[in-house]
Design a protein around this ligand. Structure first.
Ligand code: B12
Ligand code: SF4
Length: 500
C-alpha cells in the first residue's frame, strides 16, 4: 500500500508533468478526493494536446456497448449546421466507468469548451452524471448543461445542485443551438423556452413549448460508430441500433411516455429510415438491426413495409394487443426476426386494468399460442411489485407466466421488480404508498435495475408496500427453473416466516 505522502508526491509530479506538456491543471485539491490512485497514476503519463471543440457532450449508459447515443447524433447535427463543433464522450461499459469519468473531466478541463452537456436518464446514470459534473464544476467555471429524460422531469431538483448550471428540457436539437447563441450573446435566457437556469439564486424552469419539426433535424453520421457494432446480443453477427419514430399513443401508468410525449407518436419518413439503414449496412457491414423505437408498430403497415425492405435480421418490440394471427404470420414470413419483445407486465387482469395496459390475460394466451405455432423467438417482460399489488396478485403473475410458457412450449417470460420512475402515474401512487423520493441526482441511483457497487441496498426504500425479500426469492426461483409450488410457498406460505 502506498502511503498518503507517496500519493501526494505522485500527484505533484503529475501536475508538474501536465504543466510541462502544456496541459492545463490536472489533479488539484478539488479533484484529488475523487480520484482512485490507480487512475491518478495512469493519467500521470500525460494527456497530450487536445483538439479544442466548442461543446463537449457526455453520457453514461454503462450497460452495453451496442446502443448508439442518438440523442447526441441528432443534437450534434443541429450544432454543426449552426457552425459549432462538438465531441461526444460516451461511457458504455460499467468496468471502465471510473477511468472514463476522470478521462472525460480531464479532456473537458483541458479543452475549456463553451459548455459541457450531460445526457441523463434515471438510475445510475444520474449518479455518474453528477460525479462528472461536480469534478468539472469544482475545477472550472465551464457551464454545465443537463438534458434528457431525468432533468426534463426533475429540472428543479437538478438545478438546485451547485454542479448543474442549466437544464435543457425535452428534445434538445433546436434548444442546444438557441442556448449556445444566448450564452455567447449576453446570457439572456428569458426569451427561450425549454430551459431551466438560475437567476440570483432563484431557479427558473420554462418547459418546451413544442416538439421539434422532423423536417428540421437529422442524424450526424460523421461520427465513427464502429465501436457500437454489436458483438453482444448475437455472437458473431454485426449489428447496430436504430430508431424510426418517437413517442407512443398508449398510456401505461409505469411508463414515462405519457408525460414526455403526451401520447403523440411521430414517425420519421420511410425513405429516411431506409436510406439510413442502407447507409449503416454499407458503411459498417451489418446484418442485424436493433429497433429502439418506443412503439415501432403504431402504424403496422409502415412497420411491415420497413421490415420487408431491409436486408437485415432484426430485433423489435411490440404490444401484445397487436399480435393477431395476421401480424405474427407477417413477422414469421420475413424469416429474419431474431427477437420479438413484448410487455406482458402482469398476470392479473385486475392489475392490467389498473395500470391501463390495454391488454388482458386472454389476449396474452392467444398471442402465446401464436408464438408457439409460428415459432417466433420472443421475450416478454413482466413487472412485479407495483404499488397497487397484493402478494396474491403477484403470485397470479408467476402462475400465469408458467402457464404462458407451457402454452407456447418455450421459455420466454422475464419478470423484474417494479421501479418508480419520476414522471409516471405510478410514481405518484408509490409516494402515496410510502416511497420517499430521493432529493438529489446522486441518490437516484437507488432507482436502478442492475447491480452497481455504488447503489446502496435500498429495497426497503423503494418498496415500502411489499416484502421485497419474498419477491427477490421468487424471481430467483423462477430463473432457476424451480417448480411453481416453491414460488407459491415463498409468496403466500411460510417459507420466509409468516406473511402478515
Ligand atoms: C436505447 C435505450 C436504452 C439503452 C441506452 C440508454 C440510453 N439512455 O440511450 C440501454 C439498453 C442501455 C437502456 C437501458 C435502460 N433503459 Co432505456 N431506453 C433506450 C431507448 C429505447 C432509446 C434511447 C434513445 O436513444 N432515444 C432517442 C433519443 C433521440 O432520445 P433521447 O435520448 O430522449 O434524447 C432527446 C432528449 O431527451 C434530449 N436530450 C437527451 N440528452 C440530452 C443531453 C443534452 C445536453 C441536451 C441539451 C438534450 C438532451 O434531446 C434528445 C434529442 O431530442 C429509450 C426509449 C426511447 N425510444 O427513447 C429507453 C429509455 C430511455 N430507457 C428507459 C429505461 C427505464 C431503461 C432501463 C432502466 C430499462 C430497465 N427497465 O431496465 C435501463 C437502464 C438505463 C440506465 N440506467 O442507463 C426509460 C427511461 C426512464 C427514465 N425516467 O429515465 C426509456 C425512456 C424507456 C421508457 N419509455 O420507459 N436503454
Ligand atoms: S410501455 Fe410501451 S406501450 Fe406503454 S406507453 Fe410506454 S411505450 Fe407505449
Amino acid at each position: 500500500m502506498k502511503s498518503k505522502q507517496e500519493i501526494l508526491s505522485r500527484l505533484k509530479t503529475i501536475i508538474l508533468l501536465g504543466k510541462e506538456k502544456g496541459v492545463t491543471y490536472l489533479f488539484g485539491e478539488g479533484l484529488k478526493k475523487y480520484v482512485p490512485t490507480r487512475i491518478q497514476a495512469e493519467f500521470g503519463k500525460g494527456i497530450g494536446t487536445l483538439k479544442k471543440k466548442d461543446i463537449y457532450l457526455a453520457k453514461f449508459d454503462a450497460y452495453w456497448a451496442s446502443y448508439i447515443p442518438y440523442a447526441y447524433l441528432f443534437i450534434g447535427h443541429s450544432l454543426r449546421k449552426a457552425g459549432f463543433s462538438y465531441k461526444i464522450l460516451h461511457n458504455t461499459y460499467s468496468r471502465s466507468i471510473d477511468k472514463d469519468i476522470y478521462r472525460y473531466a480531464n479532456e473537458v478541463l483541458a479543452a475549456q469548451p463553451l459548455w459541457v452537456g450531460v445526457s441523463v436518464i434515471t438510475g445510475r446514470s444520474t449518479y455518474y452524471s453528477a460525479l462528472l459534473s461536480k469534478i468539472i464544476k469544482e475545477n472550472s467555471d465551464i457551464p454545465i448543461v443537463w438534458g434528457g429524460i431525468h432533468p426534463t422531469i426533475l429540472a428543479d431538483q437538478c438545478l438546485k445542485q451547485g454542479y448543474v448550471d442549466y437544464v435543457i428540457l425535452g428534445e434538445g436539437e433546436e434548444k442546444a443551438v438557441q442556448f449556445t447563441h444566448a450564452l455567447l450573446n449576453g446570457k439572456d435566457f428569458s426569451k427561450l423556452d425549454g430551459i431551466g437556469y438560475k437567476e440570483n439564486d432563484r431557479v427558473v424552469v420554462k418547459p418546451a413549448a413544442k416538439k421539434v419539426d422532423f423536417d428540421n433535424i437529422d442524424i450526424d453520421w460523421n461520427n465513427n460508430l464502429k465501436r457500437y457494432v454489436e458483438p453482444l446480443a448475437l455472437p458473431r453477427i454485426r449489428g447496430l441500433s436504430y430508431i424510426t419514430s418517437r413517442g407512443c399513443p398508449y398510456r401505461c401508468d409505469f411508463c414515462v411516455n405519457t408525460s414526455l410525449n403526451n401520447r403523440k407518436w411521430r414517425p420519421f419518413t420511410e425513405s429516411k429510415v431506409l436510406d439510413d439503414i442502407s447507409y449503416l449496412e454499407k458503411k459498417y457491414d451489418i446484418s442485424y438491426i436493433h429497433f429502439n423505437d418506443d412503439n415501432f408498430f403504431v402504424d403496422q403497415e409502415r412497420a411491415m413495409r420497413i421490415l420487408n425492405q431491409i436486408n437485415q435480421k432484426y430485433f423489435v418490440e411490440t404490444r401484445i394487443d397487436y399480435m393477431t394471427e395476421e401480424f405474427i404470420k407477417s413477422i414469421a414470413a420475413t424469416n429474419r426476426c431474431v427477437k420479438l419483445m413484448a410487455g406482458g407486465e402482469s398476470g392479473s387482469d385486475n392489475t392490467l386494468k389498473r395500470i391501463h395496459k390495454g391488454q388482458t390475460k386472454e389476449m396474452m394466451l392467444r398471442a402465446a399460442k401464436l408464438i408457439g405455432k409460428y415459432n417466433i423467438p420472443s421475450s416478454w417482460s413482466f413487472i412485479i411489485g407495483f404499488p397497487t399489488e397484493t402478494l396474491e396478485e403477484i403470485y397470479e403473475t408467476f402462475e400465469f407466466m408458467y402457464l404462458l410458457e407451457k402454452t407456447a412450449g418455450v421459455r420466454f417470460c422475464k419478470p423484474g421488480l417494479y421501479l418508480p420512475y419520476p414522471g409516471t402515474v405510478l410514481y405518484d401512487h408509490s409516494i402515496e404508498k410510502g416511497f420517499r423520493p430521493p432529493q438529489t441526482p446522486e441518490e437516484w441511483i437507488i432507482c436502478e435495475r442492475y447491480l452497481d457497487e455504488r447503489r446502496p441496498s435500498g429495497d426497503s426504500i423503494l418498496y415500502p408496500w411489499v416484502d421485497v425479500n419474498r419477491l427477490s426469492l421468487a424471481l430467483h426461483l423462477m430463473a432457476g427453473d424451480r417448480p411453481l409450488t416453491e414460488i407459491k410457498e415463498v409468496l403466500l406460505g411460510t417459507r420466509l416466516g409468516n406473511v402478515a
